[in-house]
Design a protein around this ligand. Structure first.
Ligand SMILES: *[C@@H]1O[C@H](CO)[C@@H](O)[C@H](O)[C@H]1NC(C)=O
Ligand SMILES: *[C@@H]1O[C@H](CO)[C@@H](O)[C@H](O)[C@H]1NC(C)=O
Ligand SMILES: [Zn+2]
Length: 579
């Protein structure tokens, strides 16, 4: 608590003119006195607004919750078994503050909660959580690209590059051309063990982070040949993420790819029927059509779709490969999807799981909630919180469609944003509104605030007075908060982001992790990749020793080691030299 709240408030700043300001100052003093009363007397009286005692939880309530927390740990315990399936959700820009605020928003809007603070997002019900350190190899604060290299490929690399080692500099076309400097992703590791794989995003299908699962790209925006050429580079030398979807093995083997970005899949000569606008590629290539042709050479049926109706009408039993690109660029905001015949994240995730789940070897699905980040960048907290709640519904669906015993679900973020959540408001104060206590300038301040961005100016240049948020319609989802530092796009933040985990080896995610450890931890649970293997990875009936459970026979570890070595050697031999 700020010490000033415990002191007699200082004199208000000298008012230069007018009754309005004087009355503000007077109110301010009254409010300060009130809050001092609240804090020192410990009652629930605040600014003439009293929370009735019968509305507030009793001490017994909190003790029972704690008991339930302990009992649920006793019941569940850590699960150490092979994860057949993995689902990895990334909420773009979904930092800790965003999660806290979204929980209150959901409680107040959807849950019928008395106050909202007591609500939970589905991801918050996961039994284990940890923190992820998101900085890039060469920058203090991450972008969504270097972070993708970390949480998908397992190494930290350079800002705005993806799927490449630090040996490749930003926009280093020749570096990208050197395949020795490419790194493989968790999607590729899962494919090598015979798992089906999918990528679902509310952004463009060719955009990073999703594309980092198959592509190595020296500049994250190189999604078409035109993007590469625009930067003065030769697309033949450093192909875009769309071309790499067709050329790189992880792209070729990807079963499901759903999102937006149709513009970047098609050439300028092709006019899109839905939007009557041309594609972006200048090399005449149509990635979607070529993808279908490529898939004809693989077993199973492939489909390319562009509308929600097609997605919902799909017979998942008959489809094994699915490319869906539902919008020209990013998908619209969640409340604008229906009228555009675009699917929700939940709908995309549900269809993806149904298709991928047909594989007896299991699957790995990467899900990217792109719109949270877009909202924060434009200083729209209402949008950001709505998008987190939508994203959370997809998490819930993924959880409900799979078995906790054989499916590891991990939910995290790539980086955070500057949004803060402050002020000593009365319990249940609408999260998108403002403080009851005015600041020292006599004006109230919003509960959520950004440090910078494109929102309106913090201070009115004509009057010198701070923007009066009291007059703003903060329930409008497009409402932009005023900001103290003008910036064309609100900047990412480097506060740690949460990791929520459930299923086999979920407890390994606890603690503070380097972001680059996350895919290795997933791989450990799934028995994929060439890193460390968990003790359950080799089924005991494939070995000759009677008892290979290391918990009862520690001496069996070397036998395990030999088997793993041989498996690794085989994998290495099979895959060595492939792009
Ligand atoms: C790109 O890589 C290929 C294959 O390694 C090589 O032959 C070619 O010279 C490289 N091009 C450039 C411009 O470095
Ligand atoms: C505030 O915005 C919401 C959502 O756009 C709208 O429904 C409402 O009428 C607006 N309220 C006022 C007072 O303008
Ligand atoms: Zn961003």
């Amino acid at each position: 608590m700020h010490p000033r709240w415990n002191q007699i408030p200082p004199s208000p700043p000298v008012s230069t003119s007018g009754d309005v300001e004087r009355s503000c100052s007077a109110k301010m003093q009254l409010f300060k006195v009130s809050i001092i009363f609240v804090l020192s007397a410990g009652t629930s009286v605040a600014i003439g607004k009293e929370v009735p005692s019968q509305w507030l939880e009793t001490p017994t309530h909190w003790r029972n919750l704690a008991k339930e927390a302990i009992l649920s740990k006793e019941r569940q315990g850590p699960l150490e078994a092979v994860a057949k399936n993995g689902i990895f959700f990334i909420g773009d820009g979904m930092g800790l503050t965003s999660v806290s605020a979204a929980r209150v928003f959901k409680g107040q809007r959807d849950d019928g909660a008395r106050f909202g603070e007591e609500s939970s997002l589905h991801m918050e019900t996961f039994p284990y959580s940890g923190l992820s350190k998101t900085y890039c190899l060469d920058t203090q604060v991450a972008d969504s690209s270097c972070s993708a290299t970390a949480y998908l490929c397992g190494i930290k690399a350079r800002f705005a590059t993806a799927g490449l080692t630090p040996g490749v500099l930003f926009a280093d076309c020749r570096g990208q051309n050197n395949t020795d400097l490419h790194v493989s992703s968790i999607v590729e590791w899962a494919q090598r063990e015979g798992k089906s794989t999918g990528v679902v995003t509310s952004g463009r299908v060719t955009a990073i982070p999703g594309a980092a699962n198959w592509a190595g790209i020296a500049r994250r925006s190189w999604e078409t040949d035109a993007d590469v050429a625009e930067w003065g580079m030769n697309p033949e030398v450093c192909p875009d993420t769309g071309i790499q979807l067709l050329r790189k093995e992880a792209g070729q083997r990807l079963n499901v790819l759903l999102g937006g970005g149709r513009h970047r899949l098609t050439p300028v000569e092709k006019i899109d029927q839905e939007t009557n606008s041309p594609g972006k590629r200048t090399d005449g290539r149509n990635i979607a059509e070529e993808w279908l042709v490529m898939k004809e050479g693989q077993t199973g049926t492939a489909r390319y779709i562009t509308g929600r109706d097609e997605l919902m009408g799909l017979n998942v039993l008959e489809v094994d490969h699915l490319l869906g690109s539902f919008a020209m660029s990013e998908l619209p905001w969640s409340d604008e999807l229906e009228r555009n015949n675009d699917p929700t994240m939940t709908e995309m995730v549900a269809v993806a799981i149904k298709i991928l789940n047909k594989n007896p070897n299991g699957f790995f699905l990467f899900v990217h909630g792109s719109k949270i980040d877009s909202a924060h960048h434009s200083n729209r907290p209402g949008r950001a919180l709505r998008e987190i709640v939508e994203f959370d519904k997809a998490v819930k669906t993924g959880d409900e469609m799979t078995d906790d015993q054989d499916t590891l679900i991990v939910v995290s973020a790539d980086h955070s944003h500057t949004m803060g959540y402050s002020g000593y408001n009365v319990r249940g104060n609408p999260i998108l509104r403002h403080s009851i206590i005015p600041a020292d300038d006599g004006f109230v301040f919003s509960t959520l605030n950004y440090a910078n961005g494109p929102g309106p100016a913090w201070t009115n240049p004509d009057t010198g007075l701070r923007h009066n948020v009291l007059l703003d319609n903060t329930t409008n989802p497009n409402y932009e908060l005023p900001v103290p530092v003008p910036l064309f796009s609100e900047a990412h933040s480097s506060e740690d982001v949460p990791i929520f985990a459930k299923g086999p080896y979920a407890h390994y995610f606890a603690g503070v992790q380097e972001q680059s450890s996350i895919p290795h931890l997933i791989a450990y649970a799934l028995c994929v990749g060439d890193g460390l293997k968990n003790r359950h990875c080799i089924p005991s009936d494939e070995t000759t020793t009677e008892n290979l459970d290391p918990t009862t026979t520690p001496s069996s570890a070397p036998a395990h080691g030999l088997v793993y070595y041989l498996v690794l050697l085989t994998i290495f031999t099979i895959f060595h030299g492939r792009g």
